[in-house]
Design a protein around this ligand. Structure first.
Ligand code: C2E
Ligand code: CA
Ligand code: CA
Length: 412
């Protein structure tokens, strides 16, 4: 590639292999499928744009006069239009499971570096389960690089059981009673002798296959803990989209619910909203929901494609991101956005949780807007299991004993 291409928007697009069995594709049909993919990509191109084959299932797109973000987003929309209809391959309907990354042109950046940036952007899109990303040079450069030294330490910490869930209460907005808890991971690092927050290791874990065993361990711990709670509170666990894609989580959830005998509806899986989820991740979500577990869309409002989430995701709960809640008091616009989200969620039969509730005034406003559940420092910080149980469940325990005592009296 020549340096003159540095003024172009650099795109990389890669196509996942369809599940041969489901799609009934043999080697020859796969060839036809790839040809159809290239044909559709060509329809997206304009005059001086270029399509460069890097591998049978990976192409570079050089888009001219795509300089602004909204131009690139239009190109992504055009890609989506051309690739969303299924292909007819020897009588079978097959969908294109593609991932694309576009990096906006930058006058300081040579073509070679643009390609490296596009590779990093594509790796991020694949890792985070996004269909397409549009990034500029600085955004790509700021992306967390995997820290190779950290990964082996995370691996041995999983084996040593050093990752613990802290629990933060989720409170019924109208009655102000504890309705459940979210499990938030902390690393009790025995080497460094300190408790490390998720900000220091989750992004790195998510860039490696280790996020799968880590999430599965936390899921088991959460279920094992909450099955002993006096009241049938829900417990929420964070499940990154990349874990959802692998599908092994479906078996783990089924097994762990059966092993501990927990009612499935008490387990909530919080899925971070980060752009479009790949089709197989949505399929796994459906399977999880068939088991009876609840699905929550986490950090709602911070990702992309929010409206398509409402349409496509089998979810029971929407969690409004704390940035909207924090801005709510001083911004009428943020208030309107929250009110709109609550109405939309309710129309789609989902309940709404507001995150980051730090004061009474905010809690009252959210309750008046119809928000169902509140979570934030106003009601409690994340605490180790024993403290959470002591601070938030002992009252419930006493009430449960009292009710039990009362019903015994009535029976005697
Ligand atoms: P999140 O899922 O949105 O979790 C909420 C974060 O907001 C938590 O930070 C919580 O401590 C914090 N928070 C709760 N109430 C308030 C409040 O009133 N004010 C403010 N300012 N903050 C509040 P934390 O525990 O540091 O977790 C940060 C993020 O790390 C989480 O965001 C989640 O994305 C990720 N994370 C945490 N635990 C896990 C986990 O077990 N697995 C995975 N994959 N990610 C996790
Ligand atoms: Ca969460
Ligand atoms: Ca959240």
């Amino acid at each position: 590639m020549t340096t003159s291409s540095s003024g172009h928007c650099h795109g990389l697009i890669t196509l996942a292999k369809p599940d041969n069995q489901a799609a009934g594709l043999g080697a020859q049909s796969y060839e036809l499928y790839l040809q159809e993919f290239v044909h559709r990509l060509q329809q997206v191109l304009r005059g001086d744009d270029r399509l460069i084959k890097l591998a049978a299932d990976k192409y570079c797109l050089l888009l001219r006069e795509v300089e602004q973000r909204h131009h690139a987003e239009l190109a992504v929309a055009k890609l989506s239009r051309h690739l969303s209809a299924p292909a007819e391959i020897v009588g079978e309907r097959v969908f294109f499971d593609y991932t694309a990354a576009l990096v906006l042109p930058d006058p300081r950046t040579a073509a070679k570096e643009m390609m490296q940036l596009a590779e990093t952007a594509l790796a991020t899109a694949l890792r985070t389960g996004r269909r397409a990303v549009v990034l500029d040079r600085e955004q790509v450069r700021r992306m967390p690089r995997p820290d190779p030294g950290l990964l082996p330490r995370i691996e041995s910490a999983i084996d040593q059981g050093e990752f613990l869930l802290y629990y933060q209460p989720k409170v019924d907005a109208r009655y102000r009673t504890v309705a459940g808890a979210e499990g938030l991971v902390r690393w009790h690092d025995s080497k460094r002798k300190k408790v490390v927050g998720p900000g220091e290791f989750i992004a790195t874990a998510e860039q490696s296959p280790l996020i799968v065993p880590l999430t599965e361990t936390l899921l088991r711990n959460a279920v094992a803990r909450c099955v002993n709670w006096a009241a049938p509170l829900s417990v929420a666990v964070n499940v990154p989209p990349v874990v959802l894609e692998t599908g092994s989580v479906v078996g783990v959830v089924g097994d762990v619910l059966e092993f501990y005998g927990l009612q499935a509806e008490r387990l909530v899986l919080e899925i971070t909203e980060r752009g479009e989820l790949p089709a197989n991740a949505i399929g796994h979500l459906h399977k999880l929901r068939e088991l009876g577990v609840k699905i929550a869309i986490d950090d709602f409002g911070t990702g992309q494609c929010s409206l398509s989430y409402f349409r496509d995701l089998p979810a029971d709960e929407v969690k409004i991101d704390q940035s909207f809640v924090a801005a709510m008091r001083d911004s009428a616009k943020d208030c309107s956005i929250i009110r709109g989200c609550i109405d939309l969620a309710h129309h789609c039969d989902m309940q709404v949780t507001a995150e980051g509730v730090e004061d009474e005034a905010c809690a009252d406003m959210l309750t008046q807007m119809g928000c169902n559940v509140l979570q934030g420092y106003l009601f409690g910080r994340p605490e180790v299991a024993e403290e959470f149980e002591q601070n938030h469940l002992s009252g419930l325990l006493a009430a449960a004993h009292e009710a039990d005592h009362f019903s015994r009296l009535l029976r005697s």
